[in-house]
Design a protein around this ligand. Structure first.
Ligand SMILES: NC(=O)c1ccc[n+]([C@@H]2O[C@H](COP(=O)([O-])OP(=O)(O)OC[C@H]3O[C@@H](n4cnc5c(N)ncnc54)[C@H](O)[C@@H]3O)[C@@H](O)[C@H]2O)c1
Length: 340
């Protein structure tokens, strides 16, 4: 098998998920680890037994000396653009951590650079690679609840991170809601058109900035998606995947983000309320769209090796990013904003 040579940049907390996922992948070799804090690269090299990888604080030097095929970008959002541009200029394919970019302007620069370089640039959107969300999507595609009209999601967690997130602006929308918004696109099979949103920091918050938000999206095909979320909610927490309700013109399905599915469809109409029948949400074969980080990495490596387009390619993923920045803009202007 041809070995794909990888350099990973940004050896912080999330890089562990990448190194762990890589352990179960054939034909992937880490030839370099880069971090502006050399100790972080040394720590991960030791922890994952990467004895042959070059360790450095300078990406350019490592690209020159190792000539990798791919660069994995696990840096903080501010560094996503410079690292990705440098890797693309060097002829590497790039898989980066979410969010794609720290602004829409920078996102478009990165997309254009990937196009010019004729290289793949994709984003880790690991919450898509989950057997239960695939089961929900397959069930909706089967048409049991009819045409989707409305999607609601709730995200309520009391998350005491104690790190950079406690000081970060738009912490919920930027750092977390990108996952939920991307999930909404997958679940509904629609894309955003416009958004009206409000952000606030609830009384008693342990965050410096807004840790709660509500957003109302107009999606394509007439679908309306509402999001309610907080990272500052004690008690009765939802899952990290959100609590979902999808309404169609023949019925409703709910998903608790874990194993809990419920569905009712119209069995007899004509009265004030229809009569409804419970319908099991059939299990489905998710194929290899599972495994979180491992699933996204597999999709990306397959495209690099054999052609094709990974599901989270930048030109698609930017639509999820547009939901985040549209919601932030709307919260700032107090008006409905376009999301594309
Ligand atoms: N997909 C997920 O579920 C998930 C979960 C957590 C974090 N993330 C994302 O992963 C990214 C990193 O988050 P983290 O929690 O690992 O942060 P972190 O602060 O723990 O690690 C970031 C690392 O990048 C290094 N770094 C920063 N700028 C750099 C540069 N220009 N060149 C080289 N190294 C640089 C830092 O020194 C640090 O070691 C963020 O974009 C975050 O949103 C994703």
């Amino acid at each position: 098998m041809v070995v794909t040579r990888a350099v990973l940049v940004g050896c912080g907390g999330i890089s562990r998920a990448w190194f762990k996922a890589a352990q179960e992948m054939e034909g992937l070799s880490f030839v370099g680890l880069v971090d502006i804090n050399r100790a972080a690269a040394e720590e991960k090299a030791a922890e994952f037994g990467l004895k042959d990888a070059v360790l450095d604080t300078d990406l350019g030097r490592v690209l020159q000396s190792t000539q990798p095929d791919v660069v994995f970008n696990c840096t903080i959002p501010d560094a996503h653009m410079p690292v990705t541009l440098e890797a693309l200029e060097h002829g590497c394919h790039v898989l980066g951590e979410k969010p794609l970019a720290d602004s829409m302007e920078n996102a478009y620069k990165m997309i254009e650079a990937a196009r010019k370089a004729n290289r793949i640039f994709a984003v880790i959107q690991n919450r898509r690679y989950n057997a239960n969300i695939r089961r929900l999507r397959a069930f909706l595609e089967s048409g049991v609840i009819g045409r989707i009209t409305t999607v609601n999601s709730d995200f309520y967690l009391g998350a005491h991170f104690g790190g950079f997130r406690d000081r970060m602006e738009h912490v919920l929308l930027l750092d977390m809601a990108i996952h939920s918004f991307d999930q909404a696109r997958l679940i509904s099979g629609t894309d955003p058109v416009s958004v009206y949103a409000k952000e606030w920091n609830p009384a008693g918050s342990w965050y410096d900035h807004d840790a709660s938000a509500v957003a109302l999206f107009q999606m394509t095909d007439g679908v309306v998606y509402t999001y309610r979320g907080s990272w500052c909610a004690e008690g009765l927490n939802t899952t990290w995947e959100c609590d979902w309700r999808i309404v169609g013109d023949k019925g409703t399905v709910t998903w608790d983000g874990a194993e809990g599915f419920k569905c009712q469809v119209v069995a007899k109409s004509g009265g004030f309320r229809s009569e409804w029948a419970d319908v099991p949400v059939a299990e489905s074969d998710p194929g290899d769209k599972v495994g979180g980080h491992a699933g996204v990495m597999r999709d990306f490596l397959r495209a690099v090796r054999t052609g094709g387009t990974p599901e989270t390619v930048c030109t698609d993923n930017v639509k999820s990013l547009a939901m985040v920045f549209g919601a932030i803009r709307s919260a700032q202007t107090g008006r409905e904003e376009k999301t594309g």
